[in-house]
Design a binder for this molecule. Structure first.
Ligand code: F6R
Length: 245
């Protein structure tokens, strides 16, 4: 694991965007795995700027989003599809047919999960997966549990995740209880992983993920077993690390 402690959120965002841009320049047909949430917003802003100012092209890039709420229509402002178009896809030259986001309104959700995993395989797997980190150590919506789920699946959100994500909704009752998420296996099969974390609320989970025992009670700890992980965090998120970086 390579651990980079940035001075602040802006530096995390710049460094993360640089990694993505470097890959896309080397391999214009790269396959990216992408997260939503607050953490990657600065990275997306930097990538949009690079697209506008230095011609970084996403024309042949394929993307797979990590997760989507169950039951929110694609034009619902809180759906992850809406977020991705608003914050990234509408501002770059990616082709619509190369964008993949689980459909949380599919009639047969189990089939949607199987199809999504197969699409990842057909694309040749994911070259670079960008991850945020839940306060409870989740990656994607793989919540703390007694096992590591393998493939894309429907999951019930943890109470702490519902509380953390309520900030985006009018009331906590509107936060969906279920989501489709890539599994831990789907994430571990990605060739490279970039984990981003900012702020004190992530410090405990970062310590567990980087220094704790590998346990499904803190799903991100599995990343210790991945051969190519870079973690970019700020000093607040790094504040509980004991071994020094
Ligand atoms: C989002 C996702 C989640 C978030 C995590 C952190 O697609 O999969 O795991 O990355 O909940 O969210 P923020 O960045 O809002 O703190």
């Amino acid at each position: 694991m390579k651990i980079i402690v940035a001075s602040d959120y802006d530096e995390i965002s710049r460094l993360a965007a640089d990694r993505v841009a470097e890959l896309v320049r080397q391999d214009p047909g790269a396959v990216l795995g992408l997260p939503t949430g607050s953490t990657p917003l600065g990275m997306y802003r930097n990538l949009i700027r690079m697209h506008r100012e230095s011609g970084l092209s996403f024309k042949n890039v394929t993307t797979f989003n990590l997760d989507e709420y169950v039951g929110l229509s694609p034009d619902d402002e809180n759906s992850y599809r809406y977020y991705m178009y608003q914050n990234f896809f509408n501002h770059i030259d990616i082709q619509k047919q190369n964008i993949n986001i689980p459909d949380g309104t599919a009639e047969d959700l189990e089939q949607e999960c199987v199809d999504y995993e197969n699409k990842i395989l057909s694309a040749g797997g994911i070259d670079l997966m960008v991850l945020g980190l839940g306060n409870n150590g989740h990656i994607g919506f793989n919540e703390p549990s007694d096992h590591f789920p393998n493939a894309t699946h429907v999951t019930e959100l943890d109470d702490s995740t519902i509380q953390a994500n309520a900030r985006f909704f009018e009331s906590i009752d509107q936060v969906p209880r279920y989501a489709i998420t890539m599994g831990i296996g789907s994430i571990m099969r990605c060739r490279k992983i970039l984990l981003l974390a900012s702020g004190n609320a992530k410090a405990r989970a970062i310590r567990g993920a980087l220094e704790g025992p590998v346990t499904p009670l803190l799903p991100a700890s599995i990343l210790q077993f991945h051969p190519d992980v870079t973690v970019i965090l700020d000093t607040d998120a790094a504040s509980e690390l004991t071994r020094g970086v």
